[in-house]
Design a protein around this ligand. Structure first.
Ligand code: CTP
Length: 400
């Protein structure tokens, strides 16, 4: 859930600030990008160096760092964040947040943040129980901010009661659950094909292609990050996937056809990025073919066009996306495939573009939609291209 999420962590002056080291470590381990803002008092409890090292990012404490002359832009930090987490949230900072005060970088970033805000209070029992604190907390909750409630136990003052900041593990689990609630594809199934297919000639040889599968794997991961339950049908490739993706390995175009047919009906989104062989040998020799003749030919027959066959049975509420790899008259061929195969989107790769194609980590695509409008994109990493493709898919998925 936390992979690639931008988490802005605000740390206030509280003894619980020492736990923020573990919190940052857990967030980074879960794949999040973490930036930390410390209040002046927080920096007395935990050093910026510890959190900078763990988060792999500079730690922000002031609007203006006199020594370096660097000004920290609170608006940019607020906009960067997918989630703003204040942990530990002291009574003082909670009070400022509830009343629009912004006399430090943390509270200014809070006022600039457009994202969901979560706060994990940490304070002494008497401070926690004070009407003023409780009123400030309910004000924050009225703003839509989400409290990660403090636990009960021994407090730094020696008192026993509520006020202990939730443990870092609990905070991370809470955040992951919160993120999962906001995912746009939660409850949707997605089917993705990736990689080449191998068409056997004999027990040791095959007809194949150079597809690495990287584009399809990136799309599968992105759909999963957006909350979909993903089935990835992969041709032969050395790539690995997370456990969260249901991976079905296949070898030939025929295997891929069977796997797709079995999984298509309940898929809200299907993305066919595999480079499926268009032809397969008519006969597969049972024994290794010995070299004898000077010239040797293999008779090939057409494989089933999997994409077209799914397009034939596609229902109104299913989104079907195909790929086209072209070397000439790209736009017209792509538009023709979109209509002929009854697709909702077609992603066009042109081998004429630098940085696009099989063996590179980047890709340059254009997408045509059903209205035959063309959306063009710059050359990007395949992970970024997957985001662009999924953004177009999101526009078409009916949320119900
Ligand atoms: N495709 C498929 N089954 C096949 C061949 C292709 O599902 N047997 C899918 C690919 O996964 C891709 C799309 O069809 O999404 C386009 O493949 P491409 O080979 O470019 O198109 P073709 O329809 O085979 O057209 P042509 O050979 O004329 O380029």
């Amino acid at each position: 859930m936390l992979k690639h999420k931008n988490i802005l962590l605000g740390v206030c002056g509280s003894i619980a600030a020492y736990k923020s080291a573990v919190l940052v470590r857990l967030l980074v381990k879960a794949g999040a990008n973490v930036k930390v803002i410390l209040t002046n008092d927080a920096a007395n409890f935990i050093t910026p160096l510890t959190l900078a090292t763990l988060s792999k990012n500079p730690v922000y404490t002031q609007y203006f760092e006199a020594e370096t002359g660097v000004w920290s832009n609170h608006v940019e930090l607020g906009l960067w964040a997918d989630y703003f987490l204040v942990a530990p949230a002291s009574a003082n900072t909670i009070g400022k947040m509830a009343n629009g005060l912004c006399d430090n970088l943390l509270t200014a970033a809070y006022l600039s943040a457009k994202c969901p805000v979560l706060f994990a209070p940490a304070m002494d029992l008497d401070m926690w129980q004070h009407e003023s604190t409780q009123e400030n907390i309910s004000r924050l909750q009225q703003f839509g901010n989400i409290m990660i409630a403090p636990g009960t136990g021994e407090l730094a003052s020696g008192l026993h009661g509520q006020g202990r900041m939730a443990e870092p593990e609990e905070i991370v689990a809470f955040l992951a659950t919160e993120i999962s609630k906001n995912l746009p594809l939660l409850g949707k199934k997605a089917l993705v094909t990736a990689g080449p297919t191998y068409e056997a000639i004999d027990p040791v040889r095959f007809v194949g292609n150079h597809s690495s599968g990287k584009m399809g794997f990136a799309i599968a991961e992105r759909l999963q990050e957006l909350g979909a339950t993903v089935t990835l049908i992969a041709g032969p490739t050395a790539l690995t996937t997370t456990k969260a993706i249901n991976r079905i390995d296949v070898l030939s175009a025929e295997d891929m056809l069977h796997a797709c047919t079995a999984n298509f009906a309940d898929s809200a989104i299907t993305v066919m990025s595999a480079a499926v062989a268009d032809y397969t040998p008519v006969e597969v020799a049972q024994q290794k073919i010995k070299k004898k003749e000077e010239h040797f030919s293999i008779e090939l027959k057409k494989t089933t066009d999997i994409l077209a066959s799914l397009g034939n049975v596609k229902l109104e509420n299913q989104v079907l996306v195909g790929f086209a790899l072209e070397t000439a008259d790209e736009d017209n061929y792509a538009k023709d495939k979109l209509q002929r195969k009854n697709l909702d989107l077609i992603v066009l790769n042109s081998l004429n573009d630098k940085g696009a194609g099989f063996k590179v980590d980047t890709n340059k695509i254009s997408i045509f939609n059903k209205n035959l409008e063309k959306i063009t994109f710059e050359t990007k990493s395949k992970t970024e291209v997957a985001k662009d493709i999924c953004n177009e898919i999101l526009k078409l998925v009916k949320t119900s």
